[in-house]
Design a protein around this ligand. Sequence first.
Ligand SMILES: Nc1ncnc2c1ncn2[C@@H]1O[C@H](COP(=O)(O)OP(=O)(O)OP(=O)(O)O)[C@@H](O)[C@H]1O
Ligand SMILES: [Mg+2]
Length: 319
Amino acid sequence: MAGPGAPQQEGQGGPVDPRTAERLKRRLRIINNMKRIKHKFIVASGKGGVGKSTVATNLATALAGAGHKVGLLDMDLTGPNVPTMLGVRESGVQEQDGGLVPVRVSDNLCVMSMQFLLPDPDEAIVWRGPIKMQIIGQFLGDVAWGELDYLVVDLPPGSSDEPLSVAQNIPDADGMVLVTTPQEVAVGDVRKSIKFAQKLEVPVLGVVENMAGLVVHGKAPAGGDVVLDTGADTVTATAADDGTFEAVLHVFEQGGGQRMAEQVGVPFLGSVPLDPVVNRKADRGEPFVLGESGATRDAFEAIVAKLTAGHGDADAQGS
Ligand SMILES: Nc1ncnc2c1ncn2[C@@H]1O[C@H](COP(=O)(O)OP(=O)(O)OP(=O)(O)O)[C@@H](O)[C@H]1O
Ligand SMILES: [Mg+2]
């Protein structure tokens, strides 16, 4: 029985702080929306420009390519570029039954981004804190994804309020995929991201080392060896029957990402080389995982396989 000092509750005639009620309602909407999604990956990094959106876009595309039902949520509210990377030029979002309808990229891949809500995509966006929090709440609670096998969330960089609130408000996330580059494998920087995840009690699924090594292509007599010298080390590649070869040149010392992950006790998911094709394709709106196989695609597919290991075939083919 509630004593005289106990807070009054709705339905008992007492007033409820409207902000508390609003917060609870929003939380409930998020929980209800998220419980229809089997797996949630949050792609984050301590620094900007290391390839989060590239990883998130290609991860979602690869999962959809394997037959899963996938949603991609671009949570970068001030610099959304997932739609460009997917070649989606939609503007405006439809509302249905009180939910925001995500934009369909293919039969089993949908995306939601702030980009769709901006009248002028080139305009600088300045959101005040409370509005940002409201948008975050809506993007997590009101997007009508329906049943999904996977939701991939692309976070803005760093560990400020914004990425923090997003990660904090995703219940039962599988965990965070932390993206770094070789020159940033300075333990301090990744430690920051790991601390960020630990603070939120979100598991760290592992570290992706992006832009590790440079992919070069060339031609040589079929079956012949080509020796390339970076000044620091040499790489030998063998030309295929069609007279083409591919090699990865390492600008930074190899193995740094793996060593760092071991030192801080998180899984190492793999390295993706710096590949001019990745960047050109991103600018054209074509995820590189849909392109030709080679060192970059193979490396990325191995990472996807690690992230989905143990999820079972039951998740595939639109279960
Ligand atoms: N492996 C790669 N090879 C070549 N280019 C890459 C690679 N990864 C990312 N890029 C390019 O680097 C740039 C930054 O990548 P991206 O936008 O994915 O980074 P981000 O971490 O999401 O950045 P931000 O912090 O601004 O959100 C893009 O132009 C992208 O095409
Ligand atoms: Mg980004």
